[in-house]
Ligand binder design. Structure first.
Ligand SMILES: *Cc1c(COP(=O)(O)O)cnc(C)c1O
Length: 386
């Protein structure tokens, strides 16, 4: 389906709302029925219509159609956060006694679920270095039900060979889930590479304005219907119609925002690589990236998120650089209009910094929509502080 059609038309039936260009925010919790028979039909199968906004809502429905089409999937569910999408997706696929193989160092809250919550219910997880597909094969046990991937991750950007891993999973009847938050469906299409359930944090690039927290899960109608009537309705982590409306608005400009962010990031990465205070730049579409060849094969692009490793002898030097930046805001998250930094050392306990640990000298940078020259000037003056 054409991207322009999905973004501008799909799911929008304007005759239902006075031909308004912007869809209405259907701010209602419940929907009325004319007959008992109509009500009974929806109570029996809430998936197919509007009963109660914990399930379906017309504003959210427009968003679901667009998000499913973007992923090349049959359906999408939208959640109150990316973390809720992860929790529901994983929970829906495992039972007591099952085993998960997960890529090492996934998103922190995904790791929490698999490391701390699921073991309480008898579900164990093996974490493997995802750079080598053989590691997944070796970790698979007779009770392995699920392989969980995140390619690339959002700090060091290691990739997994998605097509090779899904081929392996299919041969063993194992479900695959992939966190596609970094690439979004515009720059990576996991369903086309064989992934069963694809999820992303809509908080990042889909919202695009740092004003909404939300998550997306896409897959086949069969899988999503099962999840909808069980875990989705039970967990109840839905978004408000207004948040859905903000995400619809975000989608309108997503393609140009990602393009701008990518172009600026590539320019700034090349410039950073020449700076004497910068030891290394990690960016999947940089030719020096160790998995560049795989990145080119399975990704269509990489918007503005990358990490630099500073040449520094102390935590104080890293902190001086970060504190000196005037136009990069220091914050978690990414994908908005504003450029950000996230120093790895901020997540270390006081006194935990070790010079010989390269990760401690890493600073994640997100390039927003500002002029690259404006951002480079700021980086230059802050690097000089080291
Ligand atoms: C932010 C993020 C999430 C979680 O999404 P929230 O919307 O913050 O709950 C999951 N995965 C990745 C890679 C993320 O960056």
């Amino acid at each position: 389906m054409d991207l322009s059609y999905i973004i501008n038309q799909l799911g929008e039936d304007r005759e239902l709302y006075f031909n308004a260009i912007a869809p209405p925010i259907m701010q209602t919790s419940n929907f009325a029925f004319d007959t008992v028979a109509d009500m009974r039909a929806l109570l029996q199968d809430e998936y197919k219509g509007f009963l109660y906004s914990r399930g379906n809502n017309p504003t959210i429905d427009i968003l679901r159609q667009k998000l499913a089409a973007l992923d090349g999937a049959e359906d999408a569910l939208v959640f109150g956060s990316g973390a809720a999408a992860i929790f529901v997706a994983v929970l829906s696929q495992v039972q007591q006694g099952d085993h998960i193989v997960c890529v090492k160092d996934p998103y922190n809250w995904a790791r929490q679920i698999m490391e701390n919550i699921l073991p309480r219910f008898g579900v164990q997880t093996t974490f493997v270095d995802g750079k080598c597909t053989e590691n997944f094969e070796k970790a698979i046990q007779p009770n392995t039900r699920l392989i969980y991937l995140e390619s690339p991750n959002s700090f060091t950007f290691e990739l997994q060979d998605i097509a090779a891993i899904t081929k392996l999973a299919k041969s063993k009847n194992i479900i695959t889930i992939l966190d596609n938050s970094y690439s979004t469906p515009l720059y990576q299409q996991p369903a086309g590479l064989g992934i069963d359930l694809c999820l992303q944090s809509a908080t990042k690039f889909i919202s695009g304005h740092s004003d909404t927290v939300a998550g997306v899960l896409t897959g086949s109608r069969e899988l999503l219907r099962k999840i909808f009537v069980s875990e989705f309705l039970s967990v109840g982590s839905v978004i408000a119609p207004f948040s859905a409306w903000l995400l619809l608005r975000g989608l309108r400009t997503m393609e140009i925002r990602l393009k701008r962010s990518q172009e600026s990031a590539q320019d700034i990465c090349q410039w950073l690589k020449k700076q004497p205070q910068v030891e290394k730049v990690c960016y999947p579409l940089d030719p020096d990236f160790p998995q560049y060849e795989l990145a080119q094969r399975q990704m269509k692009g990489a918007a503005g998120l990358f990490t630099i490793q500073l040449k520094a002898n102390s935590a104080a030097q890293v902190e001086r650089f970060c504190d000196a930046l005037q136009h990069f805001l220091m914050a978690v998250s990414w994908g908005g209009h504003e450029s950000l930094i996230f120093p790895a050392c901020a997540a270390l306990p006081e006194g935990g910094f070790q010079v010989e640990e390269p990760k401690h000298r890493m600073v994640r940078i997100y390039i927003g929509l500002e002029e690259p020259a404006f951002l480079k000037a700021d980086l230059a003056q802050a690097l000089a502080q080291i």
